[in-house]
Design a binder for this molecule. Structure first.
Ligand code: ADE
Length: 248
């Protein structure tokens, strides 16, 4: 997968070179390129923003540098030309909520271009142009109901969630199937390792019993209980509430 990130703060993406994504890059599974939007400006001051039409606070990113940058990255000519599926990802607090199923869907693409806005966001014609005229998959995504200073931190989150799903990135494919949010509406059960007793707290006996059926049942019940406690907004993975539970 090729991942292009366009930002006015290219250094912000440095952590993407670490850890899992760094390994995926070393293994040739992911190629990450980070670009400075100002390289596509045409004036002496390398301007990327202007005041909003209709008035209001803050500045809006002008469409022209974005158009030039995205045209260059999405439709390279010659040997850099890429067949296959591309998508434009625009992190924004006013986007659709990013979730595990969004990550799984985007992991199918072979080229993702992230447009990281600052200020009050990117002129709305940019998303409209690539979605309606170019016919590209455009995902305007929010990573949560809070407002960040720009799309860079959100892009890091989204890139990490996507790349760890790519074949060959995680050592253990089973851990993908087990974890929170993979089973819709269900959080992951609590996990334990050695030592068996720590500060007077013992590992639940069932986990050292060697009884796979009982372990699986205990984990299912723990996952359901944890989901009800931590995330009552989730469905609970289809598990009925235990007797005496007050449904909220
Ligand atoms: N930019 C600003 N806030 C954001 C959020 N919550 N998610 C994604 N991008 C953002």
């Amino acid at each position: 997968m090729l991942i292009d990130v366009v930002t006015i703060f290219p250094e912000y993406l440095a952590p993407a070179r670490l850890s899992l994504l760094g390994k995926a890059a070393d293994a040739g599974i992911v190629r990450l390129r980070v670009h400075d939007l100002r390289d596509w400006t045409s004036d002496r001051h390398r301007t990327v923003d202007d005041t909003p039409y209709g008035g209001g606070a803050g500045m809006v990113m002008r469409p022209e540098p974005w158009g030039r940058a995205l045209d260059d990255l999405l439709a390279p000519a010659g040997p850099e030309a890429r067949p296959g599926t591309a998508a434009l990802v625009i992190p924004t607090a006013s986007g659709e909520l990013f979730a595990q199923d969004t990550a799984a869907r985007l992991a199918q693409a072979d080229h993702l271009v992230f447009a990281c806005g600052r200020y009050e966001g990117i002129d709305a014609r940019v998303a409209a142009h690539y979605r309606d005229r170019v016919g590209l998959a455009v995902a305007e995504l929010s990573i949560g109901d809070y407002v960040l200073a720009g799309g860079e931190a959100a892009a890091l989150v989204i890139i990490e969630a996507i790349t760890r799903l790519l074949p060959g990135v995680l050592g253990n494919a089973e851990s993908l199937a087990e974890e929170s949010h993979v089973k819709p509406g269900l959080l992951e059960y609590p996990v334990y390792t050695k030592p068996p007793s720590w500060r007077g707290l013992d590992v639940p006996e069932v986990l050292t019993s060697g009884h796979h059926g009982r372990i699986a049942e205990w984990r299912r019940a723990q996952a359901a209980e944890r989901t009800r406690r931590m995330r009552p907004d989730l469905a609970g993975g289809g598990f009925a509430a235990p007797p005496g539970t007050v449904e909220g």
